[in-house]
Design a protein around this ligand. Structure first.
Ligand code: ADP
Ligand code: MG
Length: 380
């Protein structure tokens, strides 16, 4: 069964009637621009074909109920404040709360979720869930929530209600990406530009390699990196590290006394520039040439930001050795996925090379697939 059919069947099973409609929102990979979002910087994600589908309809009891193929027993709640609904249902209660907090009259609803976005792999299943639910509730209630506002509302659900201090990248990607495009987002102004990203036309492909490495210490390390970036910005007397250019970097590094802060700042400043350089190349149709920027981004995440693990470093090395033009970890780090820019005909060979390197080291086998840029959140 397809994901939409699965969601519809789950709705029927849980609530005994057909849903009023189906809404889908994708997971994403970030082509480049890691940990730059909460530094008011630049990111360049594209939407995955994998998505979360919300089957939804009105609720006669005036409450909100939600179930998932992963948790078939519905969670039901009324008007709540952050912290009242816990577990995975908090992502849904968070969206209801954030919409209400933004002044919208959210329609009571019953929701069933199905998804093929891998959970906890840095492909943003959480934002896919929030975006699918937000889009469904907005349509069901006829709410006039401007597209530009939606990512920040979904982000508040995750930040304030769930309590995960993530930036605006994931929700922006899931809501605003377009098919065949990468989303160039300025995380300070929220200004976007849809960048043509048609790899097939160039005979290229992006191979996504899920390292399947167990995530460890993700939340603590993420918070730690945020604090370091804020401390570095404060020491430099700028609102955010976005405000330091690569030309100003050497002097800025001299002024930062602490070696850890220096390396964290260097990653953010150089990564922002790599996003800008990647966008320039893509605008000019020079897709193959973004490869070295991807690889440089990985080195910066590994050496300066220290967010990679052996499994992703090995995947990057093996993909490059197999002929990839560039490769990097994508997502917040400490596991998750690697993406490699390859010739379209080299997907199997690259995946096999990475799998072989994993086998040699006794790592859990990786999962690889070619990712094309899909559409953002929508009714289906
Ligand atoms: P990522 O966003 O990288 O996949 P997160 O830890 O941010 O990882 O989000 C994963 C969490 O989101 C899951 O642990 C679960 O609570 C929730 N979640 C995501 N998708 C679903 C789903 N289809 N059904 C139930 N819960 C989900
Ligand atoms: Mg997430």
């Amino acid at each position: 069964m397809s994901i939409p059919e699965t969601a519809r069947a789950a709705f029927l099973e849980a609530y005994g009637e057909e849903p009023a409609g189906l809404w889908a929102a994708p997971g994403r990979v970030n082509l480049i621009g890691e940990h730059t979002d909460y530094n008011d910087g630049f990111v360049l994600p594209f939407a995955l074909p994998q998505r979360t589908v919300a089957a939804a309809g009105p609720a006669p009891d005036g409450k909100w109920s939600v179930c998932s193929t992963l948790a078939p027993e519905p969670v039901t709640f009324g008007v709540t404040e952050p912290g009242e609904v816990t577990g995975w249902g908090a992502y849904v209660a968070g969206v209801v709360w954030a919409l209400q907090d933004a002044g919208f009259e959210v329609p009571p609803a019953r929701i069933a979720l199905a998804s093929d976005v891998p959970l906890g792999s840095g492909l943003s299943s959480s934002a896919a869930l929030e975006s699918a639910v937000l889009t469904a509730l907005a349509d069901l209630g006829g709410l006039d929530v401007a597209l530009e506002r939606r990512p920040a509302i979904a982000q508040r659900a995750e930040n304030v209600y769930v309590g995960a201090p993530t930036g605006i990248l994931d929700q922006s990607a899931s809501i605003r990406c377009q098919e065949g495009r990468a989303l160039f987002l300025d995380c300070r102004s929220y200004q976007i530009e849809q960048i043509p990203f048609d790899l097939a036309a160039e005979g290229l492909a992006i191979l996504v390699i899920n390292s399947n490495a167990p995530h460890q210490h993700v939340d603590g390390e993420y918070g730690e990196r945020r604090k370091s970036c804020e401390a570095a910005a404060a020491a430099l007397g700028v609102p955010a590290l976005r405000d330091v250019s690569t030309a100003e970097l050497p002097e800025a590094l001299d002024r930062l006394g602490d070696d850890v802060l220096r390396r964290r700042a260097r990653h953010i400043v150089t990564e922002n520039q790599r996003v800008l350089d990647t966008v320039s190349l893509l605008r000019a149709g020079r897709v193959r040439e973004i490869g070295p920027l991807l690889t440089a981004s990985h080195a910066s995440m590994r050496d300066d930001f220290e967010i990679t693990v052996d499994q992703v470093d090995v995947a990057v090395r093996a993909a490059l050795a197999a002929g990839a033009y560039g490769a990097r970890m994508t997502g917040g780090g400490f596991g998750g996925c690697v993406l490699a820019l390859i010739d379209a005909g080299r997907a199997d060979a690259t995946a096999t090379a990475v799998a072989g390197a994993y086998r040699e080291r006794g790592f859990t086998a990786p999962t690889s697939w070619v990712a094309t840029a899909g559409p953002g959140a929508t009714r289906i």
